[in-house]
Ligand binder design. Sequence first.
Ligand SMILES: CC(C)(COP(=O)(O)OP(=O)(O)OC[C@H]1O[C@@H](n2cnc3c(N)ncnc32)[C@H](O)[C@@H]1OP(=O)(O)O)[C@@H](O)C(=O)NCCC(=O)NCCS
Length: 191
Amino acid sequence: MSEHRHWGGSIRKLWPTETEKFRDHLLRLDRDSRRMRFAHAVSDGFIEDYASRLSEMGSVVYGYVVDGEIRAVAELRKLGDTWGREAEAAFSVEPGWQDRGIGSELMGRVIRAARNRGVMHLYMSCLAQNRKMQAIARKHSADLRFEYGEVVGDIVPQEPNYFSVLAEAVEDRVGYMLAVLDLQDRLVKAA
Ligand SMILES: CC(C)(COP(=O)(O)OP(=O)(O)OC[C@H]1O[C@@H](n2cnc3c(N)ncnc32)[C@H](O)[C@@H]1OP(=O)(O)O)[C@@H](O)C(=O)NCCC(=O)NCCS
């Protein structure tokens, strides 16, 4: 359990039923964080539309959840209909929770998820001034290059093995229980 609980919250995969909480998290990002996350300024309407397509995209989405609210998210997206050699990652940590190591922790989860799906190149793009994201990518041995005013990081995950698959499966079981507890809590509060 301890691996799942950090800084008073827990990191676990999000379920398609948590779309609204995902949306609320993105809406709480301030203007600068939104621009860093989407590489341009985005409106509330854009975020609502983006979040509503969470389950359609077939992504693996990790959330950092505190008292039932999602405060940070890492998205692992396939580039195509099925998982192939390449995938893309994106991160968002709400301003009040930044600089506590949460983005780095989420990066570890995403790399392992990519590894377990046979991904050989995990890309993330960020604005050139996004030093934090580049610092995290560097810590994970990313090859960083400039492309059209953005920085693209390329991480080469290791081959999956028994332990990496088992670690994700064990975490998922605990994550499932935590998601059920969050749902119960939500229902009790709504009653
Ligand atoms: C970028 C982001 C995901 C990082 O998450 P975070 O939880 O704040 O990051 P962490 O605390 O795990 O790590 C930040 C690292 O950047 C380093 N850092 C902070 N400010 C820095 C700066 N100005 N220059 C260089 N490095 C910096 C920190 O020292 C830390 O590295 P360390 O752990 O080796 O000390 C988060 O700030 C965020 O969501 N920003 C808005 C959206 C965004 O930029 N998304 C990324 C593009 S998809």
